[in-house]
Design a protein. Structure first.
Length: 308
């Protein structure tokens, strides 16, 4: 039996509702398959017709009807053996997860089997440096699987990124692209915080600074006159993080503005929105979820994307 925090009311609510539904289905099958008084013989016309189609009294085949009964029996056996009736955990004591701290749960058993099988491989890979590991075919194959499972939702299956999620394959690293920096990012996560400057700059100032940022990126569509006006404001409000030359500061997660690589979009409107409202990107930590050895292999794969 598995104890949980479900109240007595909800326990009996689930039990009664579940069993009542099963009983109701059984009754419905029996009621609909019962012969009615005055019912015509099987295979005869019922006297009903629609659009020229005549209805015949052809009940379901018996084997089909028995399938419904089999599903009812299966449901009852399942509810006796496995969780499904309120607080009753089933005679087998099975549990899928570990949120209730149930010893020997299915989740814990499967994790133990996986660790026994794969952990020696990860341990051996963890002894290699990330640069060397990024050239190991087997390690990269495993690293790609980890990436697709845990990273592709945000960064894309091709690592090309999306709005708000940087590309990992363009050689531009917001927090640094050295092996140790990538591993630190994956292990501990990152949290960026760019403040908004609308009140300090005003609408005109935001537009001018945006044009100067475009100029830093080498964009031909930058308005030179507006950029000239935005340069002093950039030096006042932006250079402390992004640098006087706009090359960024990995320690702060301030992007390199000269790379013409944009996390939140490189259009004039998107850049103005970033300056006006600020941005606060969060990268979750995977150290606790995956463990350092797996993160080490994942880091090697991410590091290899820049080389590819």
């Amino acid at each position: 039996m598995i104890e949980n925090d479900m109240s007595t009311f909800w326990h009996w609510w689930v039990v009664v509702l579940t069993l009542a539904n099963i009983a109701g289905i059984y009754w419905l099958i029996r009621w609909t398959s019962k012969k009615r008084p005055g019912e015509v013989a099987q295979g005869a016309e019922t006297g009903h017709s629609w659009d020229g189609l005549t209805e015949y009294n052809n009940p379901l085949p018996r084997w089909w009807l028995y399938m419904f009964y089999i599903t009812i029996v299966f449901a009852l056996i399942y509810l006796v053996l496995y969780p499904g009736l309120g607080r009753f955990g089933g005679l087998l004591g099975w549990h899928s997860g570990n949120e209730l701290n149930v010893e020997n749960s299915q989740y814990q058993k499967e994790m133990a089997r996986a660790d026994a099988r794969y952990q020696p491989v990860y341990t051996a890979w963890a002894e290699q440096d990330i640069d060397s590991l990024s050239r190991d075919f087997d390690a990269l194959t495993t690293g790609r699987r980890l990436y697709l499972n845990y990273c592709s939702t945000c960064h894309g299956s091709d690592a090309g990124g999306a709005t708000g999620f940087p590309s990992l394959a363009n050689g531009v690293w917001q927090w640094g692209g050295a092996p140790a920096e990538i591993k630190h990012t994956l292990l501990n996560g990152r949290q960026a915080n760019m403040p908004g400057f609308e009140q300090m700059l005003g609408d005109e100032g935001v537009s001018n600074v945006a044009q100067y940022v475009l100029q830093l990126a080498g964009r031909s569509d930058a308005d030179a006159a507006m950029a000239e006006q935005g340069q002093p404001q950039y030096m006042t409000y932006c250079s402390g993080c992004h640098g006087a030359e706009g090359k960024g500061m990995a320690m702060l997660g301030a992007p390199n503005l000269t790379a013409n690589a944009w996390v939140y979009g490189g259009s004039v409107g998107a850049i103005e929105t970033t300056i006006r409202q600020g941005r606060a990107g969060v990268m979750p930590a995977f150290g606790e979820l995956l463990g350092e050895d797996r993160v080490h292999v994942l880091s090697a794969y991410v590091y290899s994307l820049d080389r590819d």
